[in-house]
Design a binder for this molecule. Structure first.
Ligand SMILES: C[C@@]1(CC(=O)O)C2=NC(=C\c3[nH]c(c(CCC(=O)O)c3CC(=O)O)Cc3[nH]c(c(CC(=O)O)c3CCC(=O)O)/C=C3\N/C(=C\2)[C@@H](CCC(=O)O)[C@]3(C)CC(=O)O)/[C@H]1CCC(=O)O
Ligand SMILES: NC(=O)c1ccc[n+]([C@@H]2O[C@H](COP(=O)([O-])OP(=O)(O)OC[C@H]3O[C@@H](n4cnc5c(N)ncnc54)[C@H](O)[C@@H]3O)[C@@H](O)[C@H]2O)c1
Length: 196
């Protein structure tokens, strides 16, 4: 199985999270940070998810998964501790053309979650294609010191300058200015250059 890393727009998209435990909680935090409209179905919720439901940050249907939960759903994330339930959700999603992630079966998932460093619009995502998620988490932890909060401003400001260059210059001049802009933006970050 091989995966291609696409960025996905989740703002206000209906996302179904099945399960209310530790893994569902981690996925909920990731999905909410992407602005998803999150619906949770589970018989019980862990404290964090219960708090999110009480605040109205997620909607919760108390009960076990039912096929009707998939109606109108863009992405379903199956995080129950019952392998057969997760597999059934995967099969129903395929029938209905709904994207799915099964937390216990990368092979049957359309999409899997990477470990993410987020600094404003700047993001680094680390994946092992499901081979070793713990390794993805460790690499993220180590890289996160190297990619500090300054990357948010760096991305924002160089983005603004880039738009000005795109408006003002054309052809070879534009290309040269864009290359200079990126080199200047990364100066002082400690990142090795191509020549290093
Ligand atoms: C990156 C991260 C993102 C996130 O969850 O948002 C993520 N798992 C994380 C942590 C983690 N996961 C597991 C442990 C326990 C230690 C261990 O087993 O290694 C830890 C460590 C911990 O909990 O600290 C166990 C585990 N994970 C999966 C299985 C099933 C299987 O392997 O078949 C099992 C065995 C379950 C069992 O015991 O049966 C499956 C998946 N986990 C993925 C993502 C996808 C592949 C990502 C990739 O490699 O590209 C995939 C395929 C589907 C998915 O869930 O999206 C997040 C780190 C977040 C961060 O810190 O930033
Ligand atoms: N992908 C990952 O990152 C990762 C990491 C660790 C474990 N896992 C897998 O995820 C599973 C869940 O782990 P957890 O720690 O969150 O377990 P957990 O026991 O904390 O949570 C399981 C949740 O599923 C709910 N549930 C059970 N049957 C259901 C149904 N029919 N409909 C709706 N909800 C139902 C339970 O009520 C509970 O809230 C594990 O069994 C393991 O296979 C995945």
């Amino acid at each position: 199985m091989s995966y291609y890393p696409l960025m996905i727009q989740l703002t206000d998209r209906p996302v179904l999270l099945v399960g209310g435990g530790r893994v569902a909680r981690r996925k909920a935090d990731a999905l909410l940070s992407a602005g998803a409209a999150l619906q949770v179905v589970a018989p019980v919720l862990c404290d964090r998810l219960a708090q999110l439901a009480a605040e109205g940050a997620v909607t919760w249907r108390q009960g076990v998964f039912a096929p009707a939960d998939l109606e109108g759903i863009f992405l379903a994330v199956a995080c129950t501790d019952r392998r057969e339930v997760n597999a059934r959700i995967g099969a129903l999603c395929r029938e209905r053309g709904v994207l799915c992630c099964l937390c216990d079966d990368a092979e049957q998932s359309d999409t899997i979650f990477p470990a993410v460093i987020k600094r404003g619009a700047f993001q680094l995502a680390v994946s092992t294609g499901g081979k070793n998620p713990g390794l993805a988490r460790e690499v993220k932890k180590r890289l996160s010191h190297q990619f500090g909060p300054e990357y948010a401003a760096l991305c924002q400001e160089s983005g603004r300058a880039r738009r000005a260059i795109l408006r003002a210059a054309q052809g070879a001049e534009r290309e040269a200015l864009l290359r200079q802009l990126d080199a200047a933006a990364l100066e002082g970050t400690g990142l090795p250059t191509e020549e290093d």
